[in-house]
Design a protein around this ligand. Structure first.
Ligand code: CAA
Length: 263
């Protein structure tokens, strides 16, 4: 599937693909509605899904960032008003038989970031609220500027977080802290996010771009096939017993090395 830059632009997204690095190709997805703090709409989520579906196979690292001072202020709150967002379909009603299917389509904008063929990195400056926070949580790694603030706002607005953020939240934080964060709706600063494991790295805002370059270069030092197989293994590990995981390691190693012998 090809990705039309004009369609992306209309949905508030930009995609840049950098083939210049000798170690591998890097895609940068930018939420590009800075005047609204990168507030998101269902069209933006469909655009993210289209990027995931159409991403060239040579891409090894995907960097997700926001233009301007915030990563994302979450859903465009005008979606909840009678006027809505110009050019956007209104939100479906919950008693519409297609309601859950509609959410599933929105979730596709978030799930592809876990694909083992890529490593995804959220680069967060300023606020990541609601859907914006769930997008950062959907990435494999998070790199935060020291002015970053994360907030799960949905329950305060009468919603549940339904854009695939609850699993990484509990996987990383455990149930008690995840519950406390979701139900209080409090904003967590970058220092606390780093201490709790929600960020792999917290750096001064002025050093953010350099830190992204260093992290990407580091990730690309791994052999591409080994990186993919290792991400698959690590992703399965939490749901496996030690015996199951040891068996998965054996079969992954065998498949990787047999593929190498065939080359
Ligand atoms: N939707 C629509 N417009 C938004 C917006 C949002 N979520 N967030 C910010 N904007 C707009 C503001 O209305 C303002 O527009 P004008 O210039 O036309 O007045 C512009 O962006 C700049 O906003 P601020 O002046 O408020 O910027 P700031 O830097 O001082 O504050 C902010 C930034 C803390 C993110 C603040 O704007 C804010 O709290 N926004 C609302 C956040 C929110 O509650 N989001 C919903 C999350 S829940 C969710 O996402 C649910 C889901 O998935 C379904």
């Amino acid at each position: 599937m090809s990705i039309d830059p004009a369609d992306l632009d209309r949905s508030g997204l930009r995609l840049d693909i950098d083939d210049s690095l000798p170690a591998g190709c890097v895609a940068t997805v930018t939420l590009n509605r800075p005047q609204r703090r990168n507030a998101m709409t269902p069209a933006m989520w469909r655009g993210l899904a289209a990027i995931g579906a159409g991403l060239p196979g040579r891409v090894r690292v995907v960097v997700v960032r926001g233009a301007g001072p915030s990563f994302s202020a979450g859903i465009d709150l005008r979606m909840f008003s009678a006027e809505g967002v110009p050019g956007e379909d209104p939100l479906p009603r919950a008693d519409d038989p297609g309601f859950e299917q509609w959410i599933a389509a929105c979730q596709e904008g978030f799930t592809w970031l876990r694909d083992p063929r890529i490593v995804s990195v959220a680069v967060v400056r300023g606020h990541a609220i609601g859907a914006g926070c769930q997008l950062a949580l959907s990435c494999d790694l998070r790199l935060l500027a020291d002015d970053a603030r994360l907030c799960i706002k949905e329950p305060a607005l009468g919603l549940v977080p339904d854009l695939t953020g609850t699993k990484p939240l509990v996987d990383i934080l455990g149930l008690p802290r995840a519950l406390e964060l979701c139900l209080t709706g409090r904003s967590m600063d970058a220092r606390e996010a780093g201490e709790l494991g929600l960020a792999e790295l917290v750096v001064p805002a002025a050093d953010l771009d350099g830190a992204v370059d260093d992290l990407v270069a580091g990730l690309l030092t791994a052999d591409a096939d080994a990186a993919r197989a290792t991400k698959e293994l690590l992703t399965q590990a939490q749901g496996h017993t030690l015996d199951q995981q040891a068996a998965a390691e054996r079969s992954s190693q065998a498949a990787l090395q047999r593929a190498r012998l065939r080359r």
